[in-house]
Design a protein around this ligand. Sequence first.
Ligand code: SAM
Length: 178
Amino acid sequence: MAKVCVLRLGHRVGRDQRTTTHVFLVARAFGADEGVLCGEEDSQVVEGMRRVCAKWGGKFSVSQEKNWKVFLKKRKAEGWVVAHLTMYGVDFEEGVKKLREGRKNVVVVVGAGKVPKEAYHLADMNLAVGNQPHSEVAALAVFLDRFFCGRQFRKKFEGKVKIIPSPCGKIVVCGKNN
Ligand code: SAM
């Protein structure tokens, strides 16, 4: 199975902390393997996500990268495909189909503030989840759901805790890794 890495571009401490955390929470829960934080250094977000992973399980990893251009060029040289989610791009459904068929590892780029022009040029695909402005969290969730065709929710997360699905109330038990 191809790997998926989600790169958060242009993160700003304070302003983007909650949204960036949500980007990574969605990345993890919707089947991605890795989250990469680019922009201002933020150990709070990185450590917070590591705590989530330790508690809830799975193999999702989070790291901070100083230079997003170097990172993307390196991944491309290793054979990864870069898909940038932007409202200015072309229809994502066609792009997702190509990515699935290509079976290569994918870096999905989502922006925070203004995305630099070089990101559009470095990307192999600039994909729009509709051509209206909305949210990086929504765009990523829809993209990953289409990419994994819904199968991401069957993925096993062996954590310290585990939810027993319940029609009413909350049932949380110790997981295998407790
Ligand atoms: N002003 C920014 C720019 O120059 O692109 C956009 C900021 S927007 C709040 C944050 C991110 O949400 C974007 O970088 C993009 O990744 C994502 N996004 C928002 N609307 C989108 C759409 N319709 N399709 C795909 N991604 C979208």
